[in-house]
Design a protein around this ligand. Structure first.
Ligand code: ADP
Ligand code: SF4
Ligand code: MG
Length: 345
Protein backbone atom coordinates (compact mmCIF):
# COMPACT_ATOMS: atom_id res chain seq x y z
CA UNK A 1 0.00 0.00 0.00
CA UNK A 2 2.77 2.43 -0.74
CA UNK A 3 1.95 4.15 -3.98
CA UNK A 4 4.84 5.57 -5.90
CA UNK A 5 3.09 8.82 -6.73
CA UNK A 6 6.33 10.34 -8.01
CA UNK A 7 6.32 7.74 -10.80
CA UNK A 8 4.30 8.25 -13.96
CA UNK A 9 0.75 6.90 -13.64
CA UNK A 10 0.06 3.32 -14.71
CA UNK A 11 -3.32 4.43 -16.09
CA UNK A 12 -4.55 7.86 -17.15
CA UNK A 13 -8.17 8.62 -17.90
CA UNK A 14 -9.13 11.84 -19.68
CA UNK A 15 -12.75 12.77 -20.33
CA UNK A 16 -13.59 9.08 -20.44
CA UNK A 17 -17.20 8.30 -21.35
CA UNK A 18 -19.13 5.05 -21.63
CA UNK A 19 -22.62 5.49 -23.07
CA UNK A 20 -25.17 2.76 -23.77
CA UNK A 21 -27.56 3.47 -26.63
CA UNK A 22 -31.03 2.12 -25.77
CA UNK A 23 -33.37 0.96 -28.49
CA UNK A 24 -37.03 -0.02 -28.44
CA UNK A 25 -39.47 -1.74 -30.79
CA UNK A 26 -39.39 -5.37 -31.86
CA UNK A 27 -39.51 -4.93 -35.64
CA UNK A 28 -38.09 -1.48 -36.24
CA UNK A 29 -35.75 -0.79 -33.41
CA UNK A 30 -35.33 2.90 -32.88
CA UNK A 31 -33.05 4.62 -30.47
CA UNK A 32 -34.94 6.08 -27.51
CA UNK A 33 -31.99 7.47 -25.68
CA UNK A 34 -28.51 7.08 -24.29
CA UNK A 35 -27.60 5.86 -20.81
CA UNK A 36 -24.72 8.11 -19.80
CA UNK A 37 -23.30 5.59 -17.34
CA UNK A 38 -19.79 7.11 -17.28
CA UNK A 39 -19.75 10.71 -18.38
CA UNK A 40 -16.37 12.36 -18.53
CA UNK A 41 -14.02 10.85 -15.96
CA UNK A 42 -10.45 12.16 -15.70
CA UNK A 43 -8.03 10.67 -13.19
CA UNK A 44 -4.60 9.07 -12.86
CA UNK A 45 -3.84 5.83 -11.07
CA UNK A 46 -0.34 5.53 -9.60
CA UNK A 47 1.60 2.26 -9.83
CA UNK A 48 1.15 0.19 -6.67
CA UNK A 49 -1.73 2.21 -5.28
CA UNK A 50 -5.25 1.17 -4.40
CA UNK A 51 -7.77 3.67 -5.65
CA UNK A 52 -11.11 3.14 -3.94
CA UNK A 53 -14.18 3.95 -6.03
CA UNK A 54 -17.43 4.51 -4.14
CA UNK A 55 -20.97 5.66 -4.85
CA UNK A 56 -24.51 4.35 -4.60
CA UNK A 57 -25.68 1.52 -6.77
CA UNK A 58 -26.26 2.67 -10.36
CA UNK A 59 -23.67 5.48 -10.25
CA UNK A 60 -21.54 3.85 -12.96
CA UNK A 61 -18.76 2.21 -10.95
CA UNK A 62 -18.87 -1.19 -12.67
CA UNK A 63 -19.23 0.44 -16.08
CA UNK A 64 -16.14 2.54 -15.39
CA UNK A 65 -14.17 -0.55 -14.32
CA UNK A 66 -15.25 -2.61 -17.30
CA UNK A 67 -14.85 0.33 -19.65
CA UNK A 68 -11.20 0.82 -18.64
CA UNK A 69 -10.61 -2.85 -19.44
CA UNK A 70 -12.50 -2.59 -22.75
CA UNK A 71 -14.76 -5.45 -21.73
CA UNK A 72 -17.87 -4.35 -23.60
CA UNK A 73 -18.68 -6.19 -26.78
CA UNK A 74 -18.68 -4.21 -29.96
CA UNK A 75 -21.86 -2.18 -30.37
CA UNK A 76 -23.01 -2.46 -26.74
CA UNK A 77 -21.26 0.64 -25.46
CA UNK A 78 -20.00 3.81 -27.07
CA UNK A 79 -16.75 4.97 -25.58
CA UNK A 80 -14.92 8.25 -25.97
CA UNK A 81 -12.15 10.17 -24.27
CA UNK A 82 -8.87 8.49 -23.38
CA UNK A 83 -7.69 5.55 -21.31
CA UNK A 84 -3.92 5.60 -21.56
CA UNK A 85 -1.99 2.49 -20.61
CA UNK A 86 1.61 1.66 -21.57
CA UNK A 87 1.78 4.56 -23.99
CA UNK A 88 -1.39 3.54 -25.85
CA UNK A 89 -4.93 4.85 -25.80
CA UNK A 90 -7.08 1.76 -25.22
CA UNK A 91 -10.25 3.58 -26.34
CA UNK A 92 -8.68 4.30 -29.71
CA UNK A 93 -7.25 0.79 -30.09
CA UNK A 94 -10.68 -0.67 -29.33
CA UNK A 95 -12.17 1.02 -32.39
CA UNK A 96 -10.42 -0.93 -35.14
CA UNK A 97 -9.52 -4.53 -35.86
CA UNK A 98 -5.87 -3.61 -36.11
CA UNK A 99 -6.04 -1.75 -32.82
CA UNK A 100 -7.71 -4.72 -31.13
CA UNK A 101 -4.84 -6.93 -32.29
CA UNK A 102 -2.34 -4.49 -30.84
CA UNK A 103 -4.31 -4.40 -27.59
CA UNK A 104 -4.16 -8.18 -27.13
CA UNK A 105 -0.78 -8.31 -25.34
CA UNK A 106 -1.82 -5.38 -23.12
CA UNK A 107 -5.06 -7.05 -22.09
CA UNK A 108 -3.43 -9.62 -19.89
CA UNK A 109 -1.92 -6.84 -17.75
CA UNK A 110 -5.41 -5.63 -16.89
CA UNK A 111 -7.71 -8.06 -15.06
CA UNK A 112 -10.96 -8.00 -13.10
CA UNK A 113 -12.39 -9.73 -10.04
CA UNK A 114 -16.18 -9.78 -9.92
CA UNK A 115 -18.65 -9.30 -7.10
CA UNK A 116 -20.44 -12.58 -7.54
CA UNK A 117 -17.79 -15.25 -7.81
CA UNK A 118 -20.40 -17.90 -8.51
CA UNK A 119 -21.95 -16.20 -11.52
CA UNK A 120 -18.52 -15.47 -12.96
CA UNK A 121 -17.21 -19.05 -12.74
CA UNK A 122 -18.33 -21.54 -15.38
CA UNK A 123 -20.19 -24.26 -13.41
CA UNK A 124 -19.28 -26.95 -15.95
CA UNK A 125 -15.55 -26.40 -15.71
CA UNK A 126 -13.44 -27.73 -12.88
CA UNK A 127 -11.37 -25.31 -10.88
CA UNK A 128 -8.14 -26.28 -12.62
CA UNK A 129 -9.66 -25.50 -16.02
CA UNK A 130 -11.16 -22.22 -14.75
CA UNK A 131 -7.91 -20.95 -13.27
CA UNK A 132 -5.87 -22.21 -16.24
CA UNK A 133 -8.16 -20.83 -18.96
CA UNK A 134 -6.51 -17.39 -19.15
CA UNK A 135 -3.15 -19.10 -19.77
CA UNK A 136 -4.70 -20.76 -22.81
CA UNK A 137 -6.37 -17.59 -24.04
CA UNK A 138 -3.12 -15.65 -23.86
CA UNK A 139 -0.95 -18.49 -25.18
CA UNK A 140 1.16 -18.75 -22.02
CA UNK A 141 2.09 -21.95 -20.12
CA UNK A 142 0.82 -25.22 -21.61
CA UNK A 143 0.64 -28.89 -20.61
CA UNK A 144 2.52 -29.86 -17.46
CA UNK A 145 3.72 -26.29 -16.98
CA UNK A 146 0.15 -25.02 -16.98
CA UNK A 147 -0.86 -27.65 -14.43
CA UNK A 148 2.03 -26.64 -12.19
CA UNK A 149 1.12 -22.98 -12.56
CA UNK A 150 -2.52 -23.68 -11.62
CA UNK A 151 -1.40 -25.57 -8.52
CA UNK A 152 0.90 -22.73 -7.56
CA UNK A 153 -1.92 -20.20 -8.03
CA UNK A 154 -4.29 -22.19 -5.84
CA UNK A 155 -1.67 -22.21 -3.11
CA UNK A 156 -1.06 -18.50 -3.51
CA UNK A 157 -4.73 -17.77 -2.76
CA UNK A 158 -4.82 -20.17 0.19
CA UNK A 159 -6.48 -23.17 -1.47
CA UNK A 160 -5.09 -26.65 -1.91
CA UNK A 161 -3.81 -27.87 -5.32
CA UNK A 162 -5.94 -30.99 -4.78
CA UNK A 163 -9.00 -28.78 -5.25
CA UNK A 164 -8.22 -28.34 -8.97
CA UNK A 165 -10.40 -31.33 -9.87
CA UNK A 166 -13.47 -30.03 -8.05
CA UNK A 167 -16.33 -27.87 -9.38
CA UNK A 168 -17.44 -24.36 -8.30
CA UNK A 169 -20.62 -25.59 -6.55
CA UNK A 170 -18.50 -27.60 -4.12
CA UNK A 171 -17.00 -24.43 -2.65
CA UNK A 172 -18.12 -21.78 -0.17
CA UNK A 173 -18.54 -18.15 -1.23
CA UNK A 174 -15.16 -17.16 0.17
CA UNK A 175 -13.41 -20.06 -1.54
CA UNK A 176 -15.10 -19.21 -4.82
CA UNK A 177 -13.84 -15.66 -4.56
CA UNK A 178 -10.34 -17.08 -4.00
CA UNK A 179 -10.77 -19.07 -7.23
CA UNK A 180 -11.78 -15.87 -9.03
CA UNK A 181 -8.67 -14.16 -7.65
CA UNK A 182 -6.41 -17.05 -8.73
CA UNK A 183 -7.89 -16.83 -12.21
CA UNK A 184 -7.23 -13.10 -12.40
CA UNK A 185 -3.63 -13.60 -11.21
CA UNK A 186 -2.90 -16.41 -13.68
CA UNK A 187 -1.58 -14.11 -16.40
CA UNK A 188 0.57 -12.02 -14.01
CA UNK A 189 -1.43 -8.80 -14.32
CA UNK A 190 -0.28 -5.36 -13.21
CA UNK A 191 -3.68 -3.77 -12.65
CA UNK A 192 -6.85 -5.35 -11.27
CA UNK A 193 -10.36 -3.91 -11.14
CA UNK A 194 -11.87 -5.35 -7.96
CA UNK A 195 -15.63 -4.92 -8.49
CA UNK A 196 -17.16 -5.20 -5.01
CA UNK A 197 -15.25 -8.44 -4.41
CA UNK A 198 -16.39 -8.82 -0.82
CA UNK A 199 -19.92 -7.35 -0.92
CA UNK A 200 -21.58 -10.72 -1.50
CA UNK A 201 -19.56 -12.58 1.16
CA UNK A 202 -20.47 -13.32 4.77
CA UNK A 203 -19.19 -10.61 7.07
CA UNK A 204 -17.06 -13.23 8.84
CA UNK A 205 -15.02 -13.95 5.69
CA UNK A 206 -14.90 -10.45 4.24
CA UNK A 207 -11.80 -9.56 6.29
CA UNK A 208 -10.00 -12.75 5.24
CA UNK A 209 -10.49 -12.05 1.54
CA UNK A 210 -9.60 -8.39 2.03
CA UNK A 211 -6.37 -9.35 3.82
CA UNK A 212 -5.53 -11.84 1.09
CA UNK A 213 -5.95 -9.15 -1.54
CA UNK A 214 -3.70 -6.77 0.37
CA UNK A 215 -1.02 -9.47 0.73
CA UNK A 216 -1.20 -10.27 -2.97
CA UNK A 217 -0.90 -6.62 -3.85
CA UNK A 218 2.39 -6.38 -1.99
CA UNK A 219 3.72 -9.68 -3.20
CA UNK A 220 2.99 -9.07 -6.88
CA UNK A 221 3.22 -5.24 -6.98
CA UNK A 222 -0.38 -4.91 -8.08
CA UNK A 223 -2.37 -1.74 -8.64
CA UNK A 224 -6.05 -1.91 -7.67
CA UNK A 225 -9.18 -0.03 -8.59
CA UNK A 226 -11.27 -1.19 -5.65
CA UNK A 227 -15.02 -0.65 -6.07
CA UNK A 228 -17.47 -0.59 -3.17
CA UNK A 229 -20.83 1.03 -2.53
CA UNK A 230 -19.93 2.13 0.96
CA UNK A 231 -16.99 4.16 2.11
CA UNK A 232 -16.25 2.18 5.25
CA UNK A 233 -15.48 -0.89 3.12
CA UNK A 234 -12.68 0.80 1.17
CA UNK A 235 -11.19 3.15 3.75
CA UNK A 236 -8.88 0.48 5.11
CA UNK A 237 -7.54 -0.79 1.80
CA UNK A 238 -7.39 2.45 -0.23
CA UNK A 239 -4.61 4.98 -0.59
CA UNK A 240 -6.98 7.40 -2.30
CA UNK A 241 -10.73 7.37 -2.75
CA UNK A 242 -12.79 8.65 -5.68
CA UNK A 243 -16.47 9.33 -5.06
CA UNK A 244 -18.74 8.84 -8.06
CA UNK A 245 -22.21 10.23 -8.64
CA UNK A 246 -24.24 9.69 -11.81
CA UNK A 247 -21.31 8.98 -14.08
CA UNK A 248 -18.99 11.67 -12.71
CA UNK A 249 -16.27 11.89 -10.07
CA UNK A 250 -17.37 14.46 -7.49
CA UNK A 251 -14.53 14.15 -4.97
CA UNK A 252 -11.06 12.60 -5.04
CA UNK A 253 -8.45 12.69 -2.28
CA UNK A 254 -6.33 10.60 0.10
CA UNK A 255 -8.50 8.00 1.84
CA UNK A 256 -8.19 9.62 5.29
CA UNK A 257 -9.05 13.03 3.90
CA UNK A 258 -12.18 11.78 2.16
CA UNK A 259 -13.24 9.99 5.31
CA UNK A 260 -12.32 12.59 7.93
CA UNK A 261 -12.68 15.88 6.03
CA UNK A 262 -15.12 15.27 3.18
CA UNK A 263 -16.01 18.47 1.33
CA UNK A 264 -18.61 17.43 -1.24
CA UNK A 265 -22.19 17.29 0.09
CA UNK A 266 -22.64 13.87 -1.53
CA UNK A 267 -19.55 12.44 0.17
CA UNK A 268 -20.76 13.91 3.48
CA UNK A 269 -24.11 12.24 2.98
CA UNK A 270 -22.44 8.91 2.18
CA UNK A 271 -20.39 9.16 5.35
CA UNK A 272 -23.41 10.09 7.41
CA UNK A 273 -24.95 6.85 6.21
CA UNK A 274 -22.19 4.96 8.02
CA UNK A 275 -23.32 4.19 11.57
CA UNK A 276 -21.33 6.23 14.07
CA UNK A 277 -20.68 4.64 17.47
CA UNK A 278 -21.42 7.78 19.49
CA UNK A 279 -24.71 9.45 18.56
CA UNK A 280 -23.74 12.61 20.44
CA UNK A 281 -20.54 13.02 18.41
CA UNK A 282 -20.22 15.75 15.82
CA UNK A 283 -20.52 13.25 13.00
CA UNK A 284 -23.73 11.88 14.51
CA UNK A 285 -25.22 15.32 15.07
CA UNK A 286 -24.52 16.38 11.50
CA UNK A 287 -26.08 13.30 9.98
CA UNK A 288 -27.31 14.08 6.46
CA UNK A 289 -29.93 11.81 5.06
CA UNK A 290 -29.74 10.97 1.36
CA UNK A 291 -33.30 11.31 0.12
CA UNK A 292 -34.66 9.47 -2.88
CA UNK A 293 -32.89 7.43 -5.50
CA UNK A 294 -30.11 8.19 -7.93
CA UNK A 295 -31.83 9.92 -10.93
CA UNK A 296 -31.78 8.09 -14.26
CA UNK A 297 -28.56 8.39 -16.26
CA UNK A 298 -30.85 8.45 -19.33
CA UNK A 299 -31.76 12.04 -18.41
CA UNK A 300 -29.36 13.32 -15.76
CA UNK A 301 -30.34 16.55 -13.93
CA UNK A 302 -29.10 19.83 -15.42
CA UNK A 303 -26.27 21.79 -13.83
CA UNK A 304 -24.84 19.92 -10.86
CA UNK A 305 -26.22 16.41 -11.18
CA UNK A 306 -26.58 16.20 -7.41
CA UNK A 307 -28.77 19.32 -7.13
CA UNK A 308 -32.05 17.35 -6.91
CA UNK A 309 -30.88 15.73 -3.67
CA UNK A 310 -28.35 18.21 -2.31
CA UNK A 311 -29.30 19.69 1.09
CA UNK A 312 -27.36 22.91 0.41
CA UNK A 313 -28.14 23.48 -3.28
CA UNK A 314 -28.35 27.07 -4.53
CA UNK A 315 -30.25 28.39 -7.58
CA UNK A 316 -27.14 28.36 -9.78
CA UNK A 317 -26.57 24.65 -9.07
CA UNK A 318 -29.54 23.90 -11.31
CA UNK A 319 -27.96 25.56 -14.32
CA UNK A 320 -24.19 25.55 -13.85
CA UNK A 321 -22.26 22.28 -13.75
CA UNK A 322 -19.35 22.49 -11.31
CA UNK A 323 -15.97 21.21 -12.52
CA UNK A 324 -13.73 18.90 -10.53
CA UNK A 325 -11.04 21.27 -9.23
CA UNK A 326 -8.19 21.05 -6.80
CA UNK A 327 -9.16 22.81 -3.55
CA UNK A 328 -6.11 21.66 -1.55
CA UNK A 329 -3.02 19.73 -2.66
CA UNK A 330 -4.24 16.35 -3.91
CA UNK A 331 -7.87 17.09 -2.95
CA UNK A 332 -10.28 17.60 -5.83
CA UNK A 333 -13.95 18.50 -5.44
CA UNK A 334 -16.76 19.35 -7.87
CA UNK A 335 -19.07 21.71 -5.99
CA UNK A 336 -19.77 25.44 -6.42
CA UNK A 337 -19.84 26.04 -2.68
CA UNK A 338 -16.54 24.35 -1.97
CA UNK A 339 -14.64 26.26 -4.64
CA UNK A 340 -16.15 29.51 -3.39
CA UNK A 341 -15.09 28.71 0.15
CA UNK A 342 -11.53 27.85 -0.84
CA UNK A 343 -11.22 31.20 -2.62
CA UNK A 344 -12.58 33.08 0.39
CA UNK A 345 -10.49 34.84 3.08
N1 ADP B 1 -25.25 -2.92 -20.82
C1 ADP B 1 -25.97 -1.88 -20.37
N2 ADP B 1 -26.93 -1.32 -21.14
C2 ADP B 1 -27.66 -0.26 -20.71
N3 ADP B 1 -27.49 0.31 -19.51
C3 ADP B 1 -26.55 -0.20 -18.68
C4 ADP B 1 -25.76 -1.33 -19.07
N4 ADP B 1 -24.91 -1.62 -18.03
C5 ADP B 1 -25.18 -0.72 -17.05
N5 ADP B 1 -26.17 0.12 -17.45
C6 ADP B 1 -26.72 1.27 -16.68
O1 ADP B 1 -25.65 2.13 -16.39
C7 ADP B 1 -25.80 2.71 -15.10
C8 ADP B 1 -24.58 2.42 -14.27
O2 ADP B 1 -24.55 1.04 -13.94
P1 ADP B 1 -23.35 0.36 -13.15
O3 ADP B 1 -22.07 0.75 -13.80
O4 ADP B 1 -23.64 -1.07 -13.05
O5 ADP B 1 -23.45 1.07 -11.72
P2 ADP B 1 -22.83 0.60 -10.32
O6 ADP B 1 -21.78 -0.42 -10.57
O7 ADP B 1 -22.29 1.87 -9.72
O8 ADP B 1 -23.98 0.07 -9.54
C9 ADP B 1 -27.09 2.12 -14.53
O9 ADP B 1 -28.14 3.03 -14.77
C10 ADP B 1 -27.28 0.85 -15.33
O10 ADP B 1 -28.64 0.53 -15.42
S1 SF4 C 1 -22.77 22.32 -6.71
FE1 SF4 C 1 -24.62 22.86 -5.62
S2 SF4 C 1 -26.00 21.11 -5.82
FE2 SF4 C 1 -23.97 20.45 -6.42
S3 SF4 C 1 -23.13 19.57 -4.57
FE3 SF4 C 1 -22.47 21.69 -4.60
S4 SF4 C 1 -24.03 22.81 -3.46
FE4 SF4 C 1 -24.90 20.80 -3.94
MG1 MG D 1 -21.60 -2.36 -9.84
Amino acid sequence: MSPASDQPPILSLRGFKVHFPVAEGSLFRHRVGVVRAVDGVSLDIAPGETLGLVGESGCGKSTLGRGILQLFEHGVARMSGEVRYAGQDLVRLGRTRRGLRRMRPLRKDLQIIFQDPYASLNPRMNVGAIVGEPLKIHGLERGAEAVARVHELLEVVGLSPAMAKRYPHEFSGGQRQRIGIARALAVRPRFIVCDEPISALDVSIQAQVMNLMMDLQERFHLTYLFIAHDLAAVKHISDRIAVMYLGEIVELAAADTVYDEPLHPYTRALISAVPVPDPTSAAGAKRIRLEGEVPSPLAPPTGCRFHTRCPVAEPRCKVEAPTLREVAPGHRVACHLVSARSEGP
